[in-house]
Structures are given as C-alpha cells and as structure tokens.
Design a protein around this ligand. Structure first.
Ligand code: SF4
Length: 475
C-alpha cells in the first residue's frame, strides 16, 4: 500500500529538481507542438475522435461477448489463449509457458501490462533473464528505474544522463553524447540478445475479435524482432484491448499515433494472426495470448467509470497536463502516471491506497480536450473524490468510503452550513469582514496554498452591507 503522503513528497522533490523539470518541459513542448500540427483541422479532429470514442464504447458495451469471440478466433488461428484474474496469475502463466519450452532468455517488446504485472522482477527471481528491447525501456532497465511515461519511458533523462549510464553499464561502450552513436550501442547489444533469446514477449495495442488478430505498433522494429525471431511468442493484454472488427483498427491507429507522438503512422504496424505456417520461413512456432483482468471487470461494472477502459494509452493527457508536465511521471509511483493514471490507479489499487491521486489535478480539463477517445477524465476524478469520502449506493469502487479526510469533511460541512441559508451566509460574510486583519496563516492546512500565493483579504464591508446602505432591496 502506498503511503498517502508520498505523492506530495515526491512531487515536491521533483519540483525542486531543475534537471527533471527541464527534461520534461523540453520533451512535452515538442510533443504538444507535433500533436497540434497533425490535428490542425478541428473538424477532422472532432469527427475522428467521435468515431474513436464510439468504436471503443461499442466494444465495451459488448465486452464479454467480444472476449469470447476473440478467444474462439485466436484458437482457430492457432494462438493459445490463457486467462489471468490478477497479476500474480499472469506472471505464473508466463513462467509456466517459458518453463514448458525450457526458455531462460526472454526479450520483450514494450508492454505496459507487463509493467503492471511486475514481470521482469518476477522472472529474474525465477532464473529467467528478461530483457527490455524498446530503447527507452532498455535505458530505464539498465538504471533499475520504472517508466516515467507510458509511451516514452525514459523521457525524464537527457542524452548526457544516458551517455553516462551507457558508459557505466555497457561493456566496451565508449562515452558519447551523440544520439545516433548511443542508439548504435544499444542496437549492438540488443541484436545479439534477439539471436540468443528462447522466447519473446509483447503487449497488444488492439485485439480484433472478428479475426483473432493482435495489432502491435512500434517505431524501432524491436517489437517485430521480439515477436518473430524467437521460437515462442507470448503476448499479454488487458481485457479492454479487444475491438470488434478489423475496420475498427485504422481510425484507432490514426488517433493513437497522432496523439502519442505526432506521427501520421508509426514505422511498424504488426498484425499477428497466428504462429508460423508450415510453408513459412520465419515467425514463432508457438503464439500464446495471456488476457489479464486485474480489476478491469470491476471497473467495467460501473456505467460511468467504465469510460476509463476506453483508454488507448496514447499519453496525450500526460503531455498536456500542467501537473504531470511539471512533476514528471515518477512522482505518481504508478505504472500509469498523469491524468488517466489518477483515474485508473485508484480504481485498480483502491481509493485509500491511492487517496492523493484523484486530488492531484486542477480539473482544468486540458486532458479531456486532447483525449482521442473522449474520456471525461475530470468528471471521473470528481466522482472518485466523492467515492473516496462517501461510497455511492451500490458502489463497486475498491475502498469506496475508506479515504475520508476528516479535515476536508469538516470544511465541506462548514461550506454547506454557510451556503445552506441566506442568514448563515450573511452572518459568515459579516464575520469575515470583521476578521480581515487576522494574520494570514503561515502554517497548518492552508500552508500549501499560502506558501506560493497571497491569501485574499476580505473587503471591509460585505456586498450585502453596501447594498443595504444604498437602499437596494434585499432579495
Ligand atoms: S486517457 Fe485519453 S489521452 Fe490519456 S492516454 Fe488514454 S486515450 Fe490517451
């Protein structure tokens, strides 16, 4: 369970770290500009995102049936399908598949679900070398870190930091700050690992129920190498990745790549529909799909919060969030940081365990404006704030009503009393005008606000008093 003060502590530390702030500022400014350029036509953007939202909403409306269909079609294609209730089960499943094939060396394409499972650590504990082959993931694995962004996991590092890291951790790597040379060093190491690997593991961007196809997008070719070079390919996905038809994929791909990196299309779009056929010269001899629930079916039960599952993990909400872009991804200490993480993690791990996250937002709505599948993130955050304090009737939210902050509850009780009747309101405003010279607080719960802002001083006379003096009739 996460200490409830941790987000405050970590975000404060991040704000004081000039290098982290500069790295994020530079990267996010670039990503925002690229996204704006590829969505320059507002009418096209609105039409496409409405289509994307409707595709995901349609898939969610039929989620159980589509998952059954996906399993049938995958099996018909020769892909073995496995179901995991939680991360521990998924890890055991992957390990048993590797053991059944005598595999001790695994190369991984990028997969946020495997991060959610803590797969690398689990496999290392059980004697399996699990190597990240996405360049950003490889960098943070070398430095024993977690991703700070869902699309660009090492975005918090600049090239000097990566140069130092490669110089320290990679044998025979000369120190260089040249980006191409750094990439070449990583490629040299990874090429050899691809050749030696007994198995490859990948995530899934979209799984097509109609055809049993696993769609995977990437820019580096490592995803293709991980899924095609080793004899065994294991794909892991959350239940929400299923879409109904093949024709649903192109609009979602367009929204995903443009929102994520400002690319019209990624360098590679892999569509995996089964293992190597007898007359084919390459490809894995076996393909397995592990479908993970891990709390998603609970989220699915709530008609409002189920919108969380529409997320296509583009990261645009992070790139535009005024909180995320300043404190960075590690402050959240979560696999999914930023706005969607503030909605997703409390639902998956519990509101008491993640009590600070729904509050770590100004509700400015920048995330909602750029979300390509129209997830009403701010509305969901407000809903979760309410659920944290008082569970709604029939609530299925984990730890609903268990994160009540007594001070906040008292503050809202006072607010209700003041605004609940005209006489209370008048009394309170009169009292405030009389107390206007009381020193503004430098300590206590208002400190976080007043340390960076000047606390407002009440006017000498309330509006009602002034109106009364001028003979304005009371409403
Ligand atoms: S919530 Fe929307 S903007 Fe954020 S990652 Fe998901 S799809 Fe992208």
């Amino acid at each position: 369970m996460t200490d409830s003060t941790n987000f405050s502590v970590r975000s404060t530390a991040a704000l004081k770290n000039g290098e982290v702030r500069a790295n994020f500022r530079r990267a996010m400014d670039g990503l925002m500009a690229k996204r704006a350029a590829v969505f320059a036509d507002p009418a096209e953007w609105q039409a496409l995102r409405a289509l994307g939202a409707s595709i995901k909403a349609r898939a969610l409306a039929r989620l159980p049936a589509l998952l059954v269909r996906l399993e049938e079609r995958c099996r018909a294609n020769g892909i073995a399908v496995h179901w995991a209730e939680n991360a521990a089960e998924a890890n055991e499943l992957v390990l048993s598949l590797l053991r059944a094939h005598g595999a001790t060396r695994l190369v991984k394409g990028k997969s946020m679900v495997s991060e959610e499972m803590g797969l690398n650590e689990f496999l290392e504990e059980h004697g399996v070398e699990s190597l990240e082959s996405d360049l950003g993931e490889y960098v943070i694995q070398l430095d024993h870190e977690t991703p700070s962004h869902i699309i660009m996991p090492a975005i918090h590092k600049n090239r000097r930091q990566i140069a130092r890291l490669f110089g320290e951790k990679i044998r025979n790597a000369e120190y260089t700050e040249d980006v191409d040379a750094l990439t070449a060093i990583a490629r040299r190491v990874l090429r050899k690992k691809f050749e030696e690997a007994d198995a490859g593991l990948s995530g899934v961007n979209f799984a097509v129920a109609e055809t049993g196809t696993l769609v995977l997008v990437e820019n580096e070719g490592n995803g293709r190498m991980s899924t095609h070079v080793p004899p065994l390919h294991v794909a892991v996905m959350g239940i929400e990745k299923v879409v109904e038809r093949l024709e649903d994929v192109p609009p979602l791909l367009s929204l995903l790549t443009r929102s994520a990196t400002g690319q019209i299309v990624t360098t590679y779009v892999n569509m995996i529909s089964g293992p190597r056929a007898p007359d084919e010269k390459d490809g894995p001899r076996e393909v397995h799909l592990v479908i993970l629930d891990n709390g998603r079916s609970r989220i699915f039960q709530d008609p409002e919060l189920a919108a969380t599952l529409r997320c296509i993990r583009c990261g645009a909400c992070m790139n535009h969030c005024p909180v995320y872009t300043r404190v960075g991804g590690h402050a959240y200490e979560a696999v999914t940081p930023g706005p969607i993480g503030k909605v997703l993690n409390p639902q998956m791990e519990g509101l008491a365990a993640r009590r600070e996250l729904p509050h770590a937002s100004s509700l400015c709505g920048a995330c909602v404006e750029v979300c390509p599948v129209e997830i009403p993130i701010t509305e969901l955050l407000v809903r979760l704030r309410g659920e944290a304090a008082h569970a709604s009737p029939g609530s299925t939210v984990l730890q609903a009503g268990e994160a009540l902050d007594p001070a906040e509850d008292r503050a809202w009780a006072i607010w209700r009393w003041v605004f609940g009747s005209p006489s209370h309101y008048r009394l309170a405003s009169r009292l405030l005008t009389r107390l206007r010279f009381v020193p503004r607080p430098r300590v206590g719960p208002l400190r976080a606000w007043t340390s960076v802002r000047t606390a407002p001083r009440p006017a000498p006379r309330s509006l009602h008093e002034l109106a009364k003096e001028r003979g304005v009739p009371d409403a």
